[in-house]
Design a protein around this ligand. Sequence first.
Ligand SMILES: Cc1cc2nc3c(=O)[nH]c(=O)nc-3n(C[C@H](O)[C@H](O)[C@H](O)COP(=O)(O)OP(=O)(O)OC[C@H]3O[C@@H](n4cnc5c(N)ncnc54)[C@H](O)[C@@H]3O)c2cc1C
Length: 435
Amino acid sequence: MPAEATHVSGKRSPKSYEGFDAVFVGGGVIGLAGAWRAAQGGARVCVLERAEPPAGATKVAAGMLAPVGELTFGERELLEMTLASGALWDDFAAAVEAAAGMAIGYERRGALHVALDRDEAGELRRRHDLQRELGLGAEWLTPRRCRELEPGLAPTFAGGVLAPSEGSVDPRLLARALAAALREAGGELRTGTEVVDGLWDGERLVGVRTAPAGPDRATSAEPPRVEVRADAVVLCNGAWSGQTPWLPEEARPPVRPVKGEVIELRPREGAPPPAGRIIATERVYLVPRPDGRLIVGATQEERGFDTVVTAGGVHELLREAYRTLPDVAEMELAGTIAGLRPGTPDNLPIIGRGAVDGLVLATGHFRNGVLLTPLTAEAIAATLAGGEAPASAAVADPMRASLVAQRATKDDDPNPFPFVAQRATKGKGSLEVTR
Ligand SMILES: Cc1cc2nc3c(=O)[nH]c(=O)nc-3n(C[C@H](O)[C@H](O)[C@H](O)COP(=O)(O)OP(=O)(O)OC[C@H]3O[C@@H](n4cnc5c(N)ncnc54)[C@H](O)[C@@H]3O)c2cc1C
């Protein structure tokens, strides 16, 4: 075992620390899936995670796989990525489940987007026009037709759009399954291990230095440090990837945390679930899980690294859920949680070789990280193998003009991405409610 209090798992000997092909900083869905795919291709990989998967945004996400409903004006490039990744999900889910020997709650029940009043109907119509223009599978339905599909909907509302191919997955089960699949493929996962520094050979990044995370670190005066060497360091630690002082400034991805709160409702004994598919409005979405739970999300706020669940956030979510599906009032309030989406200046992820040799970036997945997991994993595996990443991931190039320009202008600005703080939100009210 290493000197630090880490938990090492996988088929490789715990002593064989040196000489990985790639070390992954962060074991959220992106790091675990990328490492798994790379290991399947024969790479020797190690994932370093300071907590225990599921953690980070992965633990909080609702797990909607909804490129059509998430369509936002002006985000055409993101749509192409989300559609491409959405198309990979059937095979990806089957492969993860087979490798891990466990279910991940993957379903394609479709999504129904409803407009609760005339203003919302106007907005939904505009979005639906765009969906049709782009040839996306979405159908406008009258309130009566909506209620035939979902009898639990509120008695009055203005109309809806059905997107039949949208789906969902349970991100917590997905993370556990990916961890198992990674081990099965011969990869290592070290939990309770925080990356605190880089290892350099001149200008080239050749690995990372770790320290124990959590209580072990707090009780240790001089926490032991362990070096993990690798040909490539994949930075995939989500909202924290912009906080990497051990990288030169030009190599740090411009990622910021965007807070989101969700609540979990459970049906009473014997009561039917209040909805059969994903139900979404301008202000809230409700995602059914196969076991009957309902995930209600999500607020969206720019509050730095704050993950406190607020009374106001829970109130907004419950109020909007009740306006949409009144039967939620009878459900058990099973839990509340807040997490941090990794936001970027242009709302696109950042995937590919970084600004220093040895660095690969896979971060900034913002509202769509679960949906984008299969495509990102393929892109990471291809990049590490020296091959071509899928064409649909090209827009996520770390060297794209919008990111480079951003870095060049930010200098000492304490909020380096001010325009995004406004742009990234949708929805209404003092507290934005969205994915
Ligand atoms: C409220 C909410 C709802 C969402 N809903 C959806 C949804 O419906 N559909 C969808 O597609 N996406 C959704 N998302 C977005 C999605 O959760 C993220 O885009 C995705 O989880 C990003 O994955 P990741 O692996 O990059 O980051 P994370 O899941 O945040 O994982 C990063 C990991 O890195 C670890 N870490 C950080 N620093 C270090 C370090 N120095 N050393 C070691 N480990 C470190 C953290 O502990 C964490 O486990 C939602 C997010 C939120 C917050």
